[in-house]
Write a protein that binds this ligand. Structure first.
Ligand SMILES: [Zn+2]
Length: 312
């Protein structure tokens, strides 16, 4: 893992670490949080692709983006061979060589190498590079602690993580790990959710979210686009009166006039004057009606029997 060689006995090692830690905490407390405005977090395109081939009638959908999103969806659905075949047949790679290498190195927990590769994937936003470096170095720090290589962990924290000037609060939490290893385990678990496989997957998700979409296609991007389309169709449906489960991707959604209830199904007879107000309960099981004669009735929708009534 490239940590600092540690040949000192454990007792002496802890003593030195605590002394260094005080300096470290002082150092951390002087750090001014970096700006985290929305503008900083926005993904920036790597470079201009020039005139691109488009699909669709309006000429606004870039073919390369469509193919990449489909490829990503295929991999997400578990169709790995088909995804690879699409990449080969289209000549459009889901990830650049550098990004693919970075993912392999992350998978193999090669934090030093992944840090080098991170700087080669062409990110123009310095803040994004720092935040991604922080994530990778955090993993390196945890691994060193797990190996009980306290001095190397401290060295990583002080000389690699702190100078990034990112997430000062988290740096303080990491510093506390030097003193209390159990705190370290709690931090790692809370940030990564349980088992090794799950934690690695969660870490990859965090890294993916951090990188610009043009560099790494977001997980479930295709599903997100389809759901957006369904939302727009539902909102535009003038006579909407169906459940979402009845939606189909094969046709555009549109409820007809005939789906609006137009026949009398039940006459509720409890009020002796005009009914002024009706309200269903949130779970749909009850209906409240209030009338001019100051009577309120709550009905069970299932059979439209009176649950109870009261006068004001
Ligand atoms: Zn509808």
């Amino acid at each position: 893992m490239g940590g600092v060689e540690n040949s000192e006995p454990p007792l002496k090692r802890v003593k030195v670490s605590l002394g260094d830690l005080k300096n470290l905490v002082d150092e951390v407390s002087r750090i001014v949080p970096v700006s985290s405005s929305l503008g900083d977090l926005m993904a920036r395109p790597l470079c201009s692709q020039g005139a691109e081939e488009t699909v669709g009638m309006k000429g606004v959908i870039k073919k390369q983006e469509v193919v990449k999103i489909i490829t990503r969806a295929l991999y997400s659905l578990g169709y790995v061979r088909t995804g690879a075949l699409l990449e080969e047949e289209s000549g459009i790679r889901l990830h650049s060589t550098a990004v693919a290498l970075l993912l392999d190195q992350v998978q193999g927990e090669k934090w030093e190498e992944s840090l080098v590769t991170l700087h080669k994937i062409g990110l123009s936003d310095e803040i994004t590079v720092k935040r991604a470096s922080f994530l990778l170095l955090e993993q390196k720090f945890f691994d060193l602690l797990k190996e009980e290589n306290l001095m190397a962990a401290l060295d990583t924290l002080r000389n690699e993580i702190v100078p990034l000037s990112v997430n000062v609060g988290r740096v303080r939490e990491l510093a506390s790990c030097i003193i209390c290893p159990s705190q370290c385990m709690a931090l790692r678990i809370s940030s990564q959710d349980g088992t090794d496989a799950n934690s690695r997957s969660r870490f990859k998700e965090k890294l993916e979210k951090l990188l610009p979409a043009a560099v790494m296609i977001p997980e479930r991007r295709l599903e997100h686009l389809v759901e957006q389309a369904l939302d727009v169709q539902r909102d535009a449906c003038v006579f909407h009166n169906t459940l979402d489960s009845e939606f189909s991707l094969y046709v555009d959604h549109q409820c007809g006039r005939n789906q609006i209830p137009s026949h009398t199904l039940q006459i509720l007879q409890a009020h002796k004057d005009e009914v002024w107000f009706l309200q269903f309960s949130h779970n749909g099981k009850y209906l409240a009606s209030a009338s001019r004669d100051h009577i309120t009735v709550v009905w069970e929708v299932k059979n439209f029997l009176k649950a109870f009534d009261c006068g004001l």
